[in-house]
Design a protein around this ligand. Structure first.
Ligand code: NAD
Length: 367
């Protein structure tokens, strides 16, 4: 029988990106060798690394490669070297372009507190132990993309900065459906966040999410919550949540906050999914929640688990390999159970590993 070929595009990017993606590469090679899978890996430049060579954060060629891949796994973009560039030419624009052009409108960020790492959280163990939240963030609309935008001179030597927050009902419907569909596979509960007390777009968000629930998801529990209250509740009693649904801006902030409940940015993966194309293929981009961490880049101390867990999400959502996804997740759990840690999650009595040693330890548990 011929093996099914799955194309994975790796875009390591900047800072610790290449270090953590190197561990993913080792794992994909392990799967090819030991599970008779046929992953075809390609690697290319993105972000500052692409600017240095090609003068742009992502070339058309790399962009088309991403269209042809079954999954794209990205490390991180950006760093101080490129901070003085004009906004539209910065490394992070590559990410915005990929998200926008691949129409990746749904960002899934799990915030799971591994019981082995409960002490790494700044919150009390009883508040976070066993935490399992999924944040569903709208990714292609709202204030990060709305027009008009810009900085303009006004009278009296002043300047004015403008961004526009805008959503249509169909944009809200499609992201709400993603949240409700996921809820059915989890604890059947969605909390939708907005600022309907001060924003018309927030009122629209609340009404349209409710409409989707009333029409097609009668059995899913839906609560509406103001986004600032949600930020507070995440610290007070995070286990009350199952799925948090939010727009681009609030989802950005709430997911970073939820990330820290779990102790380290180095542990959190994310998936960005688009609509199905006519062949039933869902466009997707997988990346760790963290950035390029310039402060620790090049030292072989970054935690590769977030990127490895991003591969695990890709195996589940894009590559049709749920068993391999579970296998990889258990391998990570087993390594943590045995007390192995990278520097960011190190505590007394545990054994500290470098980035590459952590990758090797996880591979040894796959065997
Ligand atoms: P960051 O996530 O890069 O780092 C924040 C802190 O967390 C740092 O102290 C860092 O050392 C630590 N950290 C992050 N990932 C870690 C890991 N895997 N292991 C151990 N420690 C880790 O955020 P920042 O410092 O605000 O941003 C740095 C650069 O990254 C900026 O240029 C920013 O624009 C960019 N950025 C990119 C993305 C992305 O590519 N998706 C996301 C966020 C920030």
């Amino acid at each position: 029988m011929t093996k099914k070929t799955r194309k994975i595009l790796l875009l390591p990017g900047d800072g610790i990106g290449p270090e953590v993606v190197a561990e993913v590469k080792k794992i994909i090679n392990w799967f090819n060798k030991n599970r008779s899978l046929d992953f075809k890996m390609e690697e290319d430049l993105v972000g500052g690394a692409s600017i240095d060579v090609n003068k742009v954060p992502i070339t058309d060629e790399v962009f088309y490669k991403s269209l042809e891949s079954d999954a794209v796994i990205l490390g991180a973009c950006g760093g101080p070297k490129w901070d003085n560039l004009e906004f539209s030419k910065r490394p992070e624009r590559a990410l915005l372009k990929l998200r926008k052009e691949l129409k990746l409108f749904a960002n899934l960020r799990p915030a799971i507190c591994f019981k082995q790492l409960v002490d790494a959280s700044t919150l009390k163990p009883e508040i976070v132990s066993g935490l399992d939240i999924m944040i569903v963030r709208e990714l292609t609309g709202g204030i990060y993309f709305g027009e008009p935008r810009g900085i303009e001179p006004i009278e009296n030597n002043e300047r004015r900065g403008v961004n526009t927050h805008t959503y249509t009902s169909s944009e809200i419907h499609r992201i709400a459906k993603v949240a409700f569909d996921l809820a059915k596979k989890r604890k059947n509960k969605v909390t939708s966040c907005e600022k309907s007390n001060v924003m018309e777009a927030g009122i629209l968000w609340r009404e349209e999410v409710q409409k989707v629930k009333d029409k097609d998801y009668k059995n899913v529990e839906l609560n509406h919550m103001l986004a600032d209250n949600c930020a507070m509740q995440l610290l007070r009693n995070p286990k009350q949540f199952d799925i948090i649904l939010a727009d681009n801006l609030f989802g950005d902030m709430l997911s970073d906050e939820a990330a820290m409940l779990t102790g380290s940015l180095g542990l959190l993966p994310s998936a960005s999914l688009g609509a199905k194309d006519k062949n039933g293929k869902i466009r997707s981009l997988y990346e760790p929640v963290h950035g390029s961490a310039p402060d620790i880049a090049g030292k072989n101390i970054a935690n590769p688990i977030a990127t490895i867990m991003s591969l695990s999400m890709a195996l589940k959502y894009s590559l049709d390999l749920p068993k391999e996804s579970d296998l990889l997740e258990s391998a990570v759990q087993n390594v943590l159970n045995e007390g192995f840690r990278t520097k960011d999650i190190m505590s007394v009595g545990k054994k500290e590993l470098s980035t590459s040693q952590m990758g090797d330890a996880i591979i040894s548990k796959l065997k």
